[in-house]
Design a protein around this ligand. Structure first.
Ligand code: GLU
Length: 304
């Protein structure tokens, strides 16, 4: 498979299309990003690395970091994590409150804001210096010491984080949160503010295409079974209430963020990252979704 040629072809085709999306404006800082940015980068198990467009520019990865937080918490507490957060697609928006009432404060899955807030709570209870330990973990698995949080993004989100405050307090009211909501939310906003390029993202996530083994030094980041479970969750819950659509059209485990980034994994083959800031109505990158649909259709390498 000549990924370079295919990516180039699909990229140019999607780039020329009209972008009918809108930037996420509910986090003020995200609406300052140039909407014309469009980048793609693939990293494969066979050591192919190829990028096009703005693949080296850093952007706010937002919810994609929920996967990294989950992985770290899963490593620390193991299967006990599933007592605190479910593994079901929610069919609701990422910041919806209403299922939590019926579910007594147990979020349906770790990629909803409520779920990621619970995962942040678990990390706070188990790490000595949560903010430093988390970034060290991410830098360690990607072998990239330049990765950083963005203070301006975190602050911008904190300034308007009314729904996240509500979610955190609501979950705490059911006794499902240990730490102080304000401390959890500060940590959660830091996690969401991580900045990476498409190249950095695809390199970082490649271990999920490799049964949990890092490619640089064969170090086990997750066990084979844990790695499968993370991929299963990304497949079923990675795209808010458009997860079914993504499975239907793209057919890969993946995760999106409201910064316009998407990471998708083809187990045993590759990790691919796409970034285009304008989002469709469900909060996923408009052109990112189109690119991946066309790419997997033409590569004929979907999982199904
Ligand atoms: N930090 C964002 C929020 O809490 C994450 C949303 C996302 O990327 O899905 O609203």
């Amino acid at each position: 498979m000549n990924f370079e040629e295919l990516i180039q072809d699909v990229y140019l085709k999607i780039k020329s299309r009209e972008d009918k999306g809108e930037r996420a404006s509910y986090i003020p800082e995200l609406s300052n990003v140039d909407p014309k940015n469009f980048g793609v980068h693939i990293s494969t198990i066979n050591q192919v690395n190829f990028g096009i467009g703005n693949y080296n520019d850093k952007f706010s990865i937002q919810s994609i970091s929920k996967v990294l937080a989950l992985i770290l918490a899963y490593r620390i507490v193991g299967d006990e994590i599933w007592d605190r957060v479910g593994v079901e697609p929610s069919g609701t928006a990422f910041n919806s409150l209403f299922q939590l009432e019926a579910d007594k404060g147990i979020p349906r899955n770790p990629f909803l804001n409520g779920g990621a807030i619970v995962v942040s709570d678990i990390l706070l209870s188990n790490l000595k210096n949560p903010k430093e330990d988390f970034i060290d973990f991410v830098r360690g698995i990607s072998n990239n010491t330049t990765l950083e949080y963005s203070n301006s993004i975190a602050q911008s989100e904190k300034d308007v984080g009314y729904r996240n405050v509500a979610l955190c307090n609501f979950i705490k009211s059911f006794g499902q949160i240990e730490n102080e909501p304000s401390v959890i939310l500060d940590f959660y906003y830091d996690l969401c503010s991580l900045e990476m390029s498409c190249k950095e993202l695809s390199e970082l996530f490649l271990f999920l295409a490799n049964n949990g083994l890092g490619l640089q030094n064969n170090e086990s980041i997750l066990s084979e079974s844990q790695s499968k479970r993370i991929n299963a969750l990304m497949q079923t819950c990675g795209f808010y209430d458009e997860s079914g659509e993504f499975a239907f059209k793209v057919g890969l485990p993946g995760k999106s963020g409201v910064g316009g980034g998407i990471i998708a994994i083809h187990p045993d083959q590759y990790a691919i990252a796409v970034w285009s800031p304008k989002l469709n109505k469900k909060g996923n990158s408009y052109k990112g979704m189109m690119f991946l649909e066309e790419f997997t259709t033409r590569s004929e390498l979907s999982l199904f």
